[in-house]
Ligand binder design. Sequence first.
Ligand code: NAP
Length: 299
Amino acid sequence: MITGTTSLVGLVGDPVSHSLSPIIHNAAFSEMGLNWCYLGIPCETENLEIVINGLRKVNCKGLNITIPHKQNASNYCNEISDLSKELKAINTLIPNKKNGWTGTNTDVEGFLAPLKKQDWTQKKAIILGCGGSARAILFGLKILRFQEINVISRNIKSIKKFLLDAKINPENIQKNHIEIKGYTDQDPNIKKILSNSDLIINTTPIGMQKGLKNENGPIEIPLKPEDWSSINKETTLYDLIYTPRPTPWLLWGKEKGLKTIDGLEMLIQQGAASLKLWSGVENIPIEIMRNAAKTHLKH
Ligand code: NAP
């Protein structure tokens, strides 16, 4: 029950109405006996400073940060974790003793969770898209010791910036024995690159938004249909999207007999990692969070 002593936790972004974070966190708070309440906090960019600073003044126990504020949120933190400095993105704020916020990032931990059971050393991965979450994905793939990582996206400028931000020379390059290259989605080698990959991660919104179109009509699956025609049966498809479940791309993959992972587990695991930091509790009720999300998605 919400009382006069209930503390606030929340998700700051624009939009936040679609988010499952309130569902999974409030289920966990209830199980853990925490008198906290998690809310979506819609916030436009021009109000970010006043919202983040204001929330620190009202005994807020923690915040998640989402689109489009993951990069700007660092301006309102008096401490930033090394990981967030490396990624140039923050998704979690923890109140600190210096009356400010410590910014960190739990997206990498969330992304890695469903991949940890397998040995990916020396394997080949593809990241589709090169926006905010692709930065955390690239970092995670380096931890897993992939040998080759190919980034495919629609815009050459964004690809170059992505590779530069990741401190990789855009001319495709050997770094710590990991080969990382960028391609536009029109590159004639795409089909061959797809057919040689062990893991393909979709970080574009394709499959989530209705009404996306290109010159060939509506697009529900990344890239061109013919690009996928030689896909290897051992390839794993990992879609960061979790609504609809399955996404059109993962449904296609399942029908081809490929292994598939959707974004729900990443969402749950990054949320659990944030809650661990806010509460100081090691044993987070992850199964309760997962069930709350699945139940909500069924309705
Ligand atoms: P973002 O920063 O906006 O990046 C999106 C990327 O996709 C950009 O490279 C963009 O290209 C590309 N893109 C956008 N629309 C496209 C289209 N119609 N065709 C081809 N490429 C397109 O977004 P983000 O923060 O990385 O998030 C991406 C997705 O991951 C979202 O669907 C989000 O919900 C999901 N996500 C899930 C989790 C989870 O926990 N499961 C966590 C984070 C994100 P340009 O550079 O040309 O704009």
